[in-house]
Ligand binder design. Structure first.
Ligand code: 13P
Ligand code: SF4
Length: 332
């Protein structure tokens, strides 16, 4: 980084944005981000673009360049509503595919095509066809963390925010639920519907252990523990609240626990902490390497070149879109 007149101007221009993140981004780090923040916000106007950012994006993306933020469900919903010609998905590939399914005529960009997901990697379209063969007539619910090719083989999508509601909406006493084994087990605990799971896991949430949470509880009096349903069942049993990333955020913002531990990806706590100063965040940090592939520099490059674009085979897209739209029609 070279300190010059341009940098000084950028720092002035984006100073109000720094106010929003100064509790979570050290001031020595901000001059690295400021030029990108200024350039991206200008380029967005020129391109008639919006940036959709998942709750696991770093604070300089989430609070300083994103137009829409949220969990997977909120991003899917907002993707339908945008009038912009270009959508940049600051998140992982399956999220960008969902945005493209819902906006087939728009340019959808993902700043790094390698931003994958261990859950999406855990199952193929052929696996779903085999499950259908093994359990004829049983409807298939897919967590949104899958490829468009997998969604195309399924009846309906769900997210961690509406999984129970979606499963119960089908009116079936048995449902195949792919690919997250732990989310499936969480849903099975909340419903009388028999759940047939797949053995996929989130590489971030599967690393948390109940013993680790008990250690945190012992070390921090009055600690509230809230966890994402992609965690193993014993971790969820040890938590005080379980919900999607948006539900976790809402819990902290509305209930204001004096001390909270968010059992999920690291950036979540930073993004929520930037907005409130009366909650102490205890941070057991597990990074998602896929989410972290998205950086300001790559967002800038992507907006400049309008690459890499997300494209989906039209034959796959029509069927995958139906699974997403059925979910959105139900709500949650
Ligand atoms: P939600 O934000 O929908 O809870 O999903 C969490 C997640 O792991 C997305 O990759
Ligand atoms: Fe996938 Fe887990 Fe990363 Fe989310 S946090 S993108 S579920 S690997």
């Amino acid at each position: 980084m070279i300190w010059n007149q341009q940098l000084t101007q950028d720092l002035v221009k984006v100073a109000p944005l720094y106010e929003r993140v100064k509790s979570v981004i050290p001031d020595v780090e901000w001059p690295v981000h400021a030029p990108y923040v200024a350039a991206i916000n200008e380029l967005k106007q020129e391109r008639n673009a919006v940036i959709l950012a998942h709750n696991y994006q770093t604070p300089e993306i989430y609070h300083c360049v994103a137009d829409i933020t949220g969990d997977s469900l909120a991003l899917a919903r907002k993707a339908v509503e945008t009038d912009a010609e270009v959508i940049v998905l600051a998140g992982v590939h399956f999220m960008a595919e969902t945005a493209k399914l819902l906006n087939p005529d728009k340019t959808v960009l993902i700043p790094d095509l390698r931003a994958g997901c261990s859950l999406a990697e855990s199952i193929t379209a052929d696996d779903v066809r085999q499950l259908r063969g093994k359990y004829p007539g049983v409807p298939v619910v897919t967590y949104v963390n899958t490829s468009a090719a997998v969604k195309a083989e399924c009846d309906i999508c769900c997210t961690s925010g509406n999984a129970v509601q979606i499963v119960e909406s089908l009116g079936s006493d048995r449902v195949i639920f792919v690919p997250d084994e732990y989310l499936a087990s969480y849903v099975a605990d909340q419903t009388d519907v028999e759940i047939i799971p797949w053995q996929g896991h989130c590489e971030v949430h599967e690393r948390f252990t109940a013993a680790e949470l008990e250690d945190y509880r012992a070390g921090h009096e009055g600690l509230t523990i809230i966890a994402h349903p992609e965690c193993p069942p014993d971790v969820l049993d040890a938590a005080d609240f379980v919900g999607s990333t948006a539900q976790m955020q809402n819990f902290v913002v509305t209930r204001r626990p004096p001390k909270v531990l968010m059992v999920t990806e690291c950036s979540m706590s930073d993004n929520v902490a930037a907005d409130i100063d009366d909650v102490e965040f205890i941070r057991p940090c597990n990074l998602c390497p896929h989410m972290k592939r998205i950086t300001l520099a790559k967002i800038y490059e992507s907006l400049k070149t309008l690459e890499p674009r997300v494209e989906i085979d039209p034959l796959v897209a029509d069927r995958a879109r139906s699974a997403v739209q059925r979910m959105l029609a139900i709500g949650g």
